[in-house]
Each structure stands twice: as C-alpha cells, then as structure tokens.
Design a protein around this ligand. Structure first.
Ligand SMILES: [Fe+2]
Length: 207
C-alpha cells in the first residue's frame, strides 16, 4: 500500500500575492510530499497496517506510540484538508453556516478576529481550527502534527501556522499571512460542506 500526494485543487499561481506560486511549490511540492514519502517508507515495516486508510494509520500510530509515523501521516491529512480550505475567489459564509457563526460569535468579523487571534498567538508550529463540537462552532489550535481526528471534534476550517506556510511571502509576519488568508482566501463553501460531519473523510485516503 502507499499513500499519494493529492493534487492542489487550484493553480499554483491562482492566489497572486496572498499565497505565491513559490510557496505552493515548496509547501505542497516539497513539505507535503516529504510527509507522504516518509509515511510510505515507515509503513513498509508495518505489515499489520496493510490496507488501512490514512485516518486508520493516524489513529493506530498514536495508539502504538509510534510518534514518527503519527507525525508524518497526520501531516498528510492536515495538509490535504488545508488545501481544500483555500479558494482563489473571495467568498463569504452564507446560509446555515452564516447563522451558526452569528449564533456563536455575534457576527462574521468577530469570528474572524478570534480565529486570527488563536492562529497568531499559537506558540511555535501547529494548526488553528474552526471545528464543530456537538453541534456548536468552536475555535482551537493544535500543536505540531496534532489533528482533530484524535479529539472527537469535526474539522471545518484550518490554517497552517508552521513557518513553512508563510515565510517565503511574509517572512516572520505571521499576522499578515493569517489576516490575508482569512479575509481573501477561505473556501467558505468547503467549510459549510463540512457541517455534515464528513470533513475528516474529505482528506482521507484509502490504503
Ligand atoms: Fe504546512
């Protein structure tokens, strides 16, 4: 079995200055690919996981304390989900998602502010998340490769806050990357789709 690097769902140059083609070349073509290659290499020694899906490998690796396999497999999933959260066309939430945001945060701007705050203040590498927890929208962040798959929460939207996500375009200015992404590049249609609780499956792969 082996996992593959999913294609980006847009052209590398589709985001102009918000996220450059060079960033995608490194972030997708080098970093994400390296997680795929390393996971496949590690799985060559894990006969019991033959045929397991990516999500099953992530859970099994955590259960067995195989941190290297967990880190690499979880990063395949996290990045596969992250690309789908991006849209070159500016969008805004509508329908049920818009109402849930209003109910939980008051308005869209307040939710964006809180999510940006979580992403900016997250110490070192990790991911900021908008999730659904028992039908309620929540903002959180997870360290390194940690992923909602392990926490019983449904992923809706993520922002990669590892430096490799923004250093080419924004250098050390994480807040500038976060604000540009949240205001100009979120695929709110994808976020709304994930209210069905199937977000985890949208970045999974068969083994
Ligand atoms: Fe990344």
């Amino acid at each position: 079995m082996s996992f593959s690097l999913p294609d980006l769902p847009f052209a590398k140059d589709a985001f102009g200055d918000v996220i450059s083609a060079e960033t995608f070349e490194f972030h997708h073509g080098k970093h994400h690919k390296a997680y795929v290659d390393k996971t496949n290499e590690l799985l060559a020694n894990e006969a019991k996981l033959a045929g397991a899906s990516l999500c099953q490998v992530i859970v099994a690796a955590k259960d067995r304390g195989n941190q290297m396999l967990f880190n690499n497999a979880a990063q395949i999933w996290n990045h596969s989900f992250y690309w789908q959260c991006l849209s070159p066309e500016e969008q805004s939430p509508s329908g049920k998602l818009k109402k849930m945001i209003a109910d939980e945060f008051g308005d869209h701007e307040t939710m964006i502010q809180q999510l940006a705050d979580e992403a900016v203040k997250h110490f070192a590498s990790g991911w900021a998340w908008l999730v659904q927890d028992k039908g309620v929208l929540k903002i959180t962040s997870l360290h390194d490769a940690d992923t909602p798959i392990l926490h019983g929460i449904e992923p809706l939207l993520t922002i990669d806050v590892w430096e490799h996500a923004y250093y080419i375009d924004y250098r050390n200015k994480r807040p500038d990357y976060i604000n540009a992404l949240l205001n100009k590049a979120v695929n709110w249609e994808f976020v709304a789709q994930n209210l069905d609780g199937k977000g985890t499956a949208r970045a999974d792969q068969a083994g």
